[in-house]
Design a protein around this ligand. Structure first.
Ligand code: ADP
Length: 409
């Protein structure tokens, strides 16, 4: 069985075709710059990379191009598009409706459209990508895997904000949380590595990329997470501010004489690592500048690590303990310095960092706590595409079940 995983952004489509018999990635790639000049397909088959530069007007043309390469006589990996057993789509926001993976049908599509006000930047391109794929691959089952779904188990006390309750009732303003597929995947892998049942563990998973979030997972269920109503809340990110005093946007609006669109741009695109360092949103550039003695660059790294440390402490309190802490995504998998700054001076919690191991674990699985640490700390490379493909497979094999709760497998 071969499953195609699709992640559609506003001007891009990421894809992977996975053979579910041996979990081999047969081909993968990225369509970029859809609808603007310089559009292209980056197509990878085994170690070979091909760049196909051509005008790609919209998502339908992008998916058509992907399928034509996957089935190409010379470049392809399948003979016919009907060899694709199912398509798993990553979707950012499912609101409160879905607690797991669903087969995409008219009802679900309507529910996703209803969620557009909650995710105006993410859901529209996801929906366009799904509709294009349905058009090009008629009759092939399609599933939606939602970034929010894993956090469906968060209790009310952790998802209701202390603003008038009527705004929850009217607009569904609440914590949703994101990166759910990644948090679930690394928690499951971590439990496997420990040789324990996910349902018996307290896990804190730190997904630290350009967008970052941290999740408390108790007995296999998300019980709290740092991103909120939108992905702006929580940790310090590449360009997003994370937690700030909620009166700051009002202050800026008034004193800078700017409208709410500009405030939105400042908090989403000009803050975080970029905003503090005034160097870059990429931690690698910031670390280079910090080594040269740049104060703001050094400060950006300190604030990033300090915020993660505080969240870990609060989630230990929320779960009354922790067995396993996992680091994943670009910074989590690669950045030994940030991991060290987060994990140092946490002995009170029974967290003991193995500094030598920490320096060696880059872009691979590894344990970075000492053997006598009460809490195990691991680096686990995330693989959202594989998780999407696995869930899609389970769903198409169990057609009678429409909505799989994450905790049910
Ligand atoms: P996203 O999927 O959210 O766009 P990623 O998980 O790919 O992000 O993470 C991107 C970030 O990870 C980069 O902005 C960079 O700060 C960091 N990163 C990537 N590679 C490395 C590395 N080798 N060392 C340190 N940081 C890295």
């Amino acid at each position: 069985m071969k499953i195609l995983v699709i992640n559609s952004g506003s001007s891009s489509i990421k894809f992977q075709l996975i053979n579910m018999e041996n979990l081999e990635v047969l081909a993968k790639g990225l369509v970029e710059r859809i609808g603007i000049s310089g559009s292209k397909l980056n197509y990878y088959r085994k170690a070979e990379k091909k760049v196909i530069e051509q005008p790609i007007k919209d998502h339908k043309e992008g998916i058509n191009l992907i399928i034509s390469y996957l089935t190409d006589l010379n470049e392809g990996v399948i003979k016919d598009k009907n060899e694709i057993s199912a398509v798993g789509h990553r979707v950012v926001h499912a609101g409160e409706k879905y607690s797991g993976t669903v087969v995409l049908n008219e009802d679900v599509m309507n529910a996703l459209k209803a969620c557009i006000p909650l995710a105006p930047l993410h859901n529209p391109p996801n929906i366009i990508g799904i509709e294009a794929a349905m058009n090009i691959l008629p009759g092939i089952p399609m599933t939606g895997i939602f970034d929010t779904a894993f956090h469906h188990t968060i209790p009310e006390k952790a998802y209701i904000y202390a603003i008038p309750y009527k705004y929850y009732e009217k607009y569904r303003i609440r914590r949703y949380g994101f990166h759910g597929t990644s948090h679930f995947y690394v928690a499951k892998e971590g439990a496997k590595k420990l040789g324990k049942d996910l349902k018996e563990l307290k896990i804190i998973s730190c997904h630290l990329g350009n967008g970052s979030s941290i999740t408390a997972i108790k007995n296999g269920e998300s019980v709290d997470t740092s991103m909120g109503f939108t992905p702006l809340e929580g940790l310090v990110m590449g360009t997003r501010c994370g937690d700030i005093d909620p009166s700051i946007p009002m202050f800026l609006q008034k004193n800078e004489e700017i409208d709410y669109n500009e405030v939105d741009r400042i908090l989403n695109k000009m803050s975080g690592l970029q905003g503090i360092s005034e160097v870059s949103s990429d931690i690698r550039d910031i670390e280079k500048r910090a080594e040269d003695g740049d104060h703001q660059a050094h400060l950006a790294i300190e604030i990033l690590a300090y915020r993660i440390k505080k969240y870990i402490g609060s989630y230990i309190a929320a779960m009354n303990g922790v067995d396993l802490i996992v680091f994943t995504a670009g910074i989590g998998e690669n950045d030994c310095l940030v991991r060290k700054m987060v994990l140092e001076d946490m002995e009170f919690f029974g967290i003991h960092l193995d500094s030598i191991a920490n320096d060696k674990v880059v872009r691979k699985y590894g344990v970075i706590s000492t053997p006598d640490s009460n809490v195990t700390v691991m680096v686990i490379p995330t693989n959202e595409e594989l998780e999407i493909a696995k869930q899609t497979l389970k769903l198409v094999l169990n057609k009678e079940k429409q909505d799989f709760g994450f905790s049910s497998y």
